[in-house]
Design a protein around this ligand. Structure first.
Ligand SMILES: [Fe+2]
Length: 322
């Protein structure tokens, strides 16, 4: 089986099937043929026949079933996101609850994108996140402590990406940026680290000390991310520059291009602050979660040269407000 076909199929569990989902799709299983994987159609998902299919899959619990990536995309588009939007329109919840509802959807899309090695088009699903959240924070402020409370502190790329995107959005609002800019900076923050998908897993998730070669490999992720996003041909310059420049330091010591000060895109300078802040306040194998106040003190006193001082001060002030 060609590689292209291999990557078209994504594994699902029985829990994936939902009676409420009205779109039909094909379910496949995998057989080895001459040392290669071949995907054979096993059944068709038809919501009118849900119980029969559910019973069959229950019997075959040890088998792994697959669906086409295009169907997985539709599942998110017409089921998860559609229901999210419908619920928000009906309930009109307060801003904190809007974030609470969007957060698990965004992290799940990211997790599937990264872990199922979905194509970059899958990221288009995330565009709904700033479209929902920017108007929500416009009408009602979300204190940083509230936002911080609802984010996951686990050591995972998907949680990191979503946290950075949400932190960027809320600081952008605090800085008085307009709606369009807020949406762009939120999306840019969400997507800044997607280049990590192109770093070999054994390097990205290495438990032991990284070699110089490993560090060089990981440091290629801003360029990979910017390239992948450029190829989708749908993002504003801000989003592309945030991906490419979020590891540049204000004092010119960052990577990949050692840009300094105003030469670094202003949104990428915001992203840099949020990236470091979230890394410090998330669990790592070698240490526990650092409280925000400790992380901000460290950033100001020990790592200050990395950040735009005005933006760091604005973030510290926003984080300290109740
Ligand atoms: Fe990064």
């Amino acid at each position: 089986m060609a590689d292209a076909e291999k990557s078209e199929f994504k594994p699902i569990t029985r829990d994936f099937l939902q009676k409420e989902w009205r779109e039909g799709f094909d379910i496949f299983y995998q057989v080895p043929v001459e040392g290669r994987r071949k995907f054979i159609k096993f059944a068709e998902f038809d919501p009118r026949d849900f119980s029969r299919l559910d019973a069959i899959l229950k019997e075959k619990q040890t088998e792994v079933f697959y669906i086409r990536e295009a169907d997985l995309y539709k599942y998110y588009q017409f089921n998860i996101i559609k229901n999210l939007l419908l619920g928000l329109t009906q309930d009109r919840p307060p801003v904190r609850e809007v974030f609470q509802r969007v957060y698990p959807v965004a992290t799940r899309i990211f997790q599937d994108y990264l872990e199922l090695d979905a194509s970059d088009e899958f990221l288009i699903l995330l565009e709904e996140v700033p479209r929902i959240l920017a108007p929500a924070v416009e009408s009602e402020n979300l204190p940083f402590a509230e936002l911080f409370k609802l984010t996951l502190k686990e050591n995972s790329t998907h949680a990191h990406c979503v946290n950075v995107g949400l932190y960027c959005l809320c600081l952008a609002r605090e800085l008085g940026m307009n709606r369009k800019k807020q949406e762009a900076i939120c999306l840019g923050g969400l997507l800044a680290d997607i280049g990590k998908k192109y770093i070999p897993r054994e390097v990205m998730f290495k438990e032991s000390e990284l070699t110089d070669e490993d560090v060089r490999t990981i440091r290629r992720h801003p360029a990979f991310g910017k390239k992948a996003l450029s190829e989708l041909k749908r993002y504003p310059e801000t989003v592309l520059r945030m991906a490419g420049e979020h590891h540049e330091n204000f004092d010119g010591t960052g990577y990949p291009s050692k840009l300094a000060g105003q030469y670094i895109d202003s949104s990428a300078r915001v992203c840099k602050i949020m990236d470091v802040f979230n890394a410090l306040t998330s669990r790592r194998s070698y240490r526990d979660v650092m409280p925000p106040i400790q992380a901000l003190t460290l950033m100001k006193e020990k790592l200050g040269g990395q950040f735009d001082p005005k933006l760091l001060t604005a973030f510290i002030q926003y984080a300290g407000k109740s």
